[in-house]
Design a protein around this ligand. Structure first.
Ligand code: PMP
Length: 417
């Protein structure tokens, strides 16, 4: 795609300053070179607001939630539930009882694969995923299918890295109990037509889980508009802490599904004869949760909201086009993933050179990229490559950094061939 790169915004401003100034970890040198961080799809850096919120939590209201009558426990419980409400509005959930705190995307998908599997999947049934799923959205379904005697069916993709929707329609039959697809591919950057995928599944009477790990930080998400049944994402990829994530589920589904784990907080009453489970969302939050993570996720959501999701999307799409245009000029470099709808992730293959070697040299030049299969081995098999060099953008990246990357990549290739 030909793009006019002249109008691309060079850097994102926050209160008149480059937004990167809000991220202390970016202001360091590695191997004597100023750090450029292009590994945002793996995890993002954290702004001061999140870092300070973590410190404030431990300096003031640290205590266990939902059980204490004392002041600190009440304050922590309140902050925990305020954060849940903030996330609910961020994704436009009907109610905060549809928002479950998890460890992250992987945890949320495992929760649904396990509970939905035992609720609805039997011998001879099937589950649909896509050819570009992260291992987190493959393996839990394989485990569940193995236990339940069900089959995993895969929506194929074309060379550009776009799902074949006609093939998807053909796969949708009465055996399909759930569809689980990624909104955005972490390797190819493809933005999948999830609304259409959901609509078609619903015509078949099938619920849909959306892996939003690579979408929630780049695209505005409205779960009611999408009409997805479940949606999972991670805090650490959206400027928040690690170890915390969100599973959204439609109330009617969450009410029906059995609990995932048993323990404290997910119960109303326990006797040796049996247990009455707690209401939503607590039914799915057994044990002491990641309280600090859940509370401070609010600061990450507030940060994104303040910057404006539409502005973030437009800016990052500009960076993607700018970088794509530049790398196309470099001999031997091929972009893996050329979907028309793309965001943020740019995967490169360099002819005759192993991606790992490129990554090591770039690292020595101060540039953090990810190399390898990015937990999408089937995607690597599809393109018959061992891995890619992946850049993935966040709001603090700049076109100047992309210029430095392009020069450094060219130098690395010269050294290696
Ligand atoms: N799905 C996608 C598309 C991802 O990119 C990732 C993280 N790379 C995951 C799922 C898993 O996320 P987490 O490791 O935070 O659970």
């Amino acid at each position: 795609m030909e793009v006019n790169t002249e109008n691309i915004v060079k850097q994102f401003l926050y209160q008149g300053e480059p937004v990167a100034q809000q991220f202390p970890a970016l202001h360091q040198s590695v191997y004597g070179k100023p750090l450029i961080y292009f590994d945002n799809a793996a995890t993002t850096q954290k702004p001061y607001s999140v870092i300070h919120a973590i410190s404030d939590y431990y300096s003031t209201i640290n205590s266990n939630i939902h059980r204490g009558v004392h002041y600190l426990s009440q304050k922590a419980t309140e902050a925990y539930e305020v954060s849940r409400n903030t996330v609910a509005s961020f994704i436009n959930a009907r109610s905060s009882s549809e928002v479950i705190f998890t460890k992250g995307t992987t945890d949320g998908i495992n929760l649904i694969a396990d509970t939905f599997g035992s609720y609805a999947v039997n011998e001879g049934d099937s589950v649909i995923i896509s050819a570009m799923e992260h291992h987190s959205n493959i393996v839990p379904w394989q485990i569940m299918c193995g236990k339940r005697g069900a089959t995993l069916k895969v929506i194929p993709m074309n060379e550009a890295g776009e799902l074949l929707m006609d093939e998807y329609e053909k796969l949708l039959d009465e055996t399909v109990k759930i569809v689980a697809v990624t909104y955005v591919s972490n390797t190819l950057g493809t933005v999948n037509p999830v609304k259409k995928i959901i609509e078609l599944a619903h015509l078949n009477g099938t619920p849909v889980l959306i892996d939003a790990a690579q979408a929630v930080q780049h695209i505005s998400i409205d779960v009611q508009d999408l009409d997805c049944d479940f949606l999972a994402f991670s805090g650490h990829k959206m400027y928040g802490p690690t170890g915390i994530g969100i599973l959204y589920g439609k109330e009617e589904w969450l009410e029906k599904l059995p609990p995932y784990q048993g323990g404290g907080d997910m119960i109303k009453t326990v006797t040796f004869k049996g247990t009455e489970y707690n209401d939503l969302p607590f039914k799915f939050e057994a044990g002491t949760p990641h309280i600090e993570g859940a509370i401070t996720l609010k600061s990450a959501v507030d940060f994104i909201t303040e910057l404006g999701m539409d502005e973030i999307s437009a800016f990052e799409t500009g960076l993607l086009h700018y970088a794509s245009t530049q790398v196309r000029e470099i001999p031997r470099v091929e972009i893996i993933g050329n979907a028309i709808a793309k965001t943020s992730a740019l995967s490169l293959s360099v002819k005759g050179v192993h991606p790992y070697d490129v990554g090591v040299l770039l690292d020595k030049m101060g540039i953090a990229v990810r190399t390898g299969h990015h937990c999408t081995q089937p995607v690597m098999d599809f393109y018959c490559i061992p891995g890619t060099v992946r850049l993935s953008f966040a709001v603090y990246n700049t076109t100047d950094e992309i210029d430095r990357f392009t020069e450094s990549l060219q130098r690395a290739i010269n050294m290696l061939v």
